[in-house]
Design a protein around this ligand. Structure first.
Ligand SMILES: NC(=O)c1ccc[n+]([C@@H]2O[C@H](COP(=O)([O-])OP(=O)(O)OC[C@H]3O[C@@H](n4cnc5c(N)ncnc54)[C@H](O)[C@@H]3O)[C@@H](O)[C@H]2O)c1
Length: 358
């Protein structure tokens, strides 16, 4: 039994499920046995990509009732994540759910309450994509071992380029009721998951003061990729230890893409990044030697491989099920992550610092 692959049902056969599909064909402990999508054509296409899946269900409840399904990968628009995750847990299935995990912290708590009734079932959010990347692992180990001394500041800035001309987006992405918001929900969970993973126990957000908005609102002609929802955010997160995190993301501005993460401690500093940037060292360490010479050292690292990063959450959930251990991103992590997003939304509205609900 231990050698049998974990049998997945995929709910939602859109863009990301098609990227993920190859993990089920690589023979590394997981296989896809069923697909559900309200769009039969999309389901049939994914069935081929995921290794010749035979069972296709129009209604995901039928997939959940299938005894051959051990775990589900939920890759539907965000407003469906909570009902689908709860239904899956009640049907006895482990869950990998796409990001944003939920629409707010209250929804995470609802899922958490249900999971507590079935503690043998694992739940993981796919925001955990880079947990296996060499530079994130090394940075995490350095923070955990206090190699930088007491960490007092992190600056996390991501500026992404403009989408290619002609890019079209599904309508749910432009609808806060279905997507939560824009950039805050699309990329915020990745950022906060990275910070939570690398900072470990230091990521205990207490207060958020921030803003969000849209420099490029949808034009009268409604030409994508401009959006009605938010397209940038900038916030200060103050943690329990006093650590301050400057957290910002912008897109499609008149300037180059930039992915910079700076960690600063009382004994040393570390620069790293989130997305692949082959022209930059993955880990650059700084420390004063004596009082006036700043020593800069490029540390050996394994650059992120995004093919692996995309499929990592399935590999991680599969390993967590087999080893009967907690997955690398827990429901408690998601309570904190959504607590920060909720606080950012309130802070942006009220222009006040907002306490994170813990
Ligand atoms: N597109 C990306 O690059 C990307 C990357 C990472 C994560 N995500 C996340 O993954 C999720 C899905 O994104 P996407 O881009 O693949 O969306 P998409 O619109 O391409 O696909 C969503 C699919 O869900 C299906 N669906 C809708 N209602 C359903 C239902 N009741 N039952 C079964 N299927 C249903 C749709 O028919 C569609 O095929 C989102 O949460 C998104 O944030 C997307």
């Amino acid at each position: 039994m231990a050698d049998q692959p974990i049998r997945y049902g995929i709910i939602g056969a859109g863009v990301i499920a098609n990227y993920m599909a190859r993990v089920f064909t690589e023979g590394r402990g997981s296989t896809a046995v069923a697909i559900s999508d309200v769009n039969a054509e999309a389901a049939a296409k994914l069935a081929v990509a995921a290794g010749g899946v035979k069972k296709i269900y129009a209604d995901y409840h039928q997939l959940l009732a299938d005894p051959e399904v051990d775990a589900v990968y939920i890759a539907t628009p965000p407003f469906l994540h909570k009902p689908m995750t709860i239904d899956a847990l009640r049907a006895g299935k482990h869950v990998l759910c796409e990001k944003p995990f939920m629409l707010n912290q209250a929804e995470v708590r609802e899922v958490s309450a249900v999971q507590k009734t079935v503690p043998q079932l694992k739940v993981l959010c796919a925001s955990s994509r880079y947990h296996d990347a060499g530079i994130a692992l090394k940075a995490r180990a350095m923070v955990a071992q206090r190699e930088l001394g007491e960490l007092y500041h992190v600056s996390y800035t991501q500026v992404t380029g403009a989408p290619k001309p002609g890019t079209t987006l599904p309508p749910w992405r432009n609808n806060p009721a279905k997507n939560g918001g824009g950039m805050t929900y699309d990329w915020g969970p990745y950022d906060l998951d990275w910070l939570s993973w690398v900072l470990g126990d230091l990521f205990r957000p207490r207060v958020v003061f921030g803003t969000l908005g849209n420099y490029f609102p949808l034009t009268a002609e409604r030409v994508p990729p401009c959006l009605d929802v938010d397209g940038h955010y900038c916030a200060q997160i103050i943690c329990e230890s006093g650590l301050t995190i400057l957290w910002e993301r912008r897109a499609a501005e008149h300037g180059p893409a930039r992915h910079t993460i700076e960690l600063r401690g009382k004994k040393g500093g570390l620069d790293t990044y989130f997305m692949p940037m082959p022209e930059k060292p993955g880990l650059q360490h700084y420390a004063y030697v004596g009082t006036d010479e700043l020593k800069t050292t490029v540390l050996p690292d394994a650059p992120p491989n995004w093919d692996d990063a995309i499929v990592h959450p399935i590999r991680e959930l599969t390993a967590a099920i087999r080893e009967n251990r907690a997955p690398s991103n827990t429901l408690e992590d998601n309570v904190r992550i959504h607590g920060v997003i909720d606080a950012l939304l309130t802070s942006a509205k009220t222009q006040q610092a907002v306490k994170v609900v813990t």
